[in-house]
Design a binder for this molecule. Structure first.
Ligand SMILES: [Zn+2]
Length: 118
């Protein structure tokens, strides 16, 4: 169990290292801010904010908060790709955990993305 989780972590780290920088993917983006509100059993309105500068990894996956969840998470990559393509500055929506583990407490999130262009 711990090993499985550990290898998923390592793999995630590898994906992050392979993802390249924000500047490489989106040369005209000066800042990306992701705000997300977690909804999960036992956790009330946990708000997290992620800031990306041009030098940050262009890796927009966030882990599920559920302990048993090793392959889940929230992937905002397609949201951000779509926004940049259309030069949109703000978007919001909701996502549910993609995890396949039989766990009752997978989280879901409400997100807001703001992108500043240079
Ligand atoms: Zn999950």
């Amino acid at each position: 169990m711990n090993n499985k989780r550990h290898s998923a972590r390592t793999e995630r780290q590898q994906q992050r290292n392979d993802s390249g920088s924000v500047a490489q993917h989106f040369p005209d983006v000066s800042e990306i801010v992701i705000r997300m509100m977690y909804h999960q059993k036992g956790i009330k309105g946990l708000l997290r904010t992620f800031n990306f500068s041009p030098g940050s990894y262009a890796f927009f996956r966030v882990d599920c908060l559920c302990k048993e969840c090793t392959d889940g998470g929230f992937d905002l990559t397609h949201v951000i790709n779509g926004m940049v393509r259309n030069h949109r500055e703000a978007a919001k929506g909701e996502l549910s955990c993609e995890g396949s583990a039989q766990a009752s407490d997978h989280a879901s999130i409400a997100y807001e993305v703001a992108i500043h262009y240079s």
